[in-house]
Write a protein that binds this ligand. Structure first.
Ligand code: SF4
Ligand code: SF4
Ligand code: SF4
Length: 247
């Protein structure tokens, strides 16, 4: 890889919120740009070059024709980074997993449903090998900057494998279960400093299932606080639909 790595950003099915997070890094972005050669990033500059070392790819694969495009990116990039929940775990695009193709086609396209190609949404890793995941919906700006710094040092950033609850306790929050709310922090991968709970909401699971998550224990905690499987299932489907088909 060149001393100043060439970087390109790409998007598939998603809202571009993750790229906006990068664009919103402001003074940190200026610092990062001084260490990178950004050859393609349409949120902040015009023009495009195909001689990139690192590809940051946002969004899910939702159409058969996405696959050759993603394979081409994979073959050009030395390092491919999945950016955000849609890319890392399928994310909210996978909500369509839970209804029939006929239903989601007609909901989205109405009378023009037959004109568009679509198939079950999937994360990038279902099509190509992914070198690094940056989780979240949207990604966390601070974590992105940290991951890029690791790349510049020749390392791959590895996100925490423990649940959000660990960071939530460290932040000094009162557990939402004690306040009568359902929270997915008990099964979700940490790395966001439990920001949603700290800001007054609950964890919605946007960083995907924590590798160390204990689903049986989580189900028991939910049950003890009056949340049956149907409540939990409804919440889990928002982000975990692709990676956990049993939900
Ligand atoms: S992960 Fe969230 S912010 Fe990123 S593209 Fe998908 S919906 Fe948008
Ligand atoms: S369940 Fe939610 S509110 Fe409770 S400690 Fe875990 S992340 Fe925090
Ligand atoms: S608290 Fe939960 S929903 Fe909020 S950013 Fe962290 S993982 Fe995502």
């Amino acid at each position: 890889m060149s001393a100043k790595p060439k970087v390109a950003f790409f998007d598939f099915a998603g809202c571009e919120g993750d790229q906006l997070q990068v664009a919103n890094l402001e003074e940190r972005l200026v610092d990062l740009i001084s260490h990178l050669d950004i050859v393609s990033f349409r949120e902040i500059k015009t023009g495009h070059r195909d001689d990139y070392d690192i590809a940051f790819v946002e969004g899910s694969v939702t159409r058969p024709e996405d696959e050759p495009r993603l394979l081409e990116i994979r073959s050009s990039a030395q390092i491919l980074v999945a950016l955000g929940a849609c890319a890392t775990i399928g994310g909210i695009n996978c909500l369509k997993t839970f209804i029939s193709e006929r239903e989601y086609r007609s909901t989205v396209y109405g009378p023009y449903a037959g004109r568009y190609s679509t198939y079950a949404a999937r994360p990038l890793s279902a099509v190509v090998s992914v070198d690094m995941d940056i989780h979240g919906c949207p990604i966390d700006k601070i974590e992105f900057a940290r991951a890029v710094k690791e790349l510049l040092l020749g390392k791959i950033y590895i996100p925490p494998d423990y649940p959000v609850c660990v960071e939530c306790k460290m932040a000094g929050n009162i557990c939402r279960y004690e306040q009568g709310s359902l929270c997915l922090g008990i099964v979700t991968r940490a790395g966001c400093r439990a920001c949603c709970v700290t800001e007054g909401s609950v964890c919605w699971g946007c960083r995907g299932m924590a590798p160390q998550a204990n689903l049986d224990a989580a189900a028991q905690i939910m049950e003890e606080h009056g949340f049956g499987w149907l409540n939990a299932q409804d919440r889990l489907r928002l982000y975990f639909g692709c990676t956990n088909q049993g939900i």
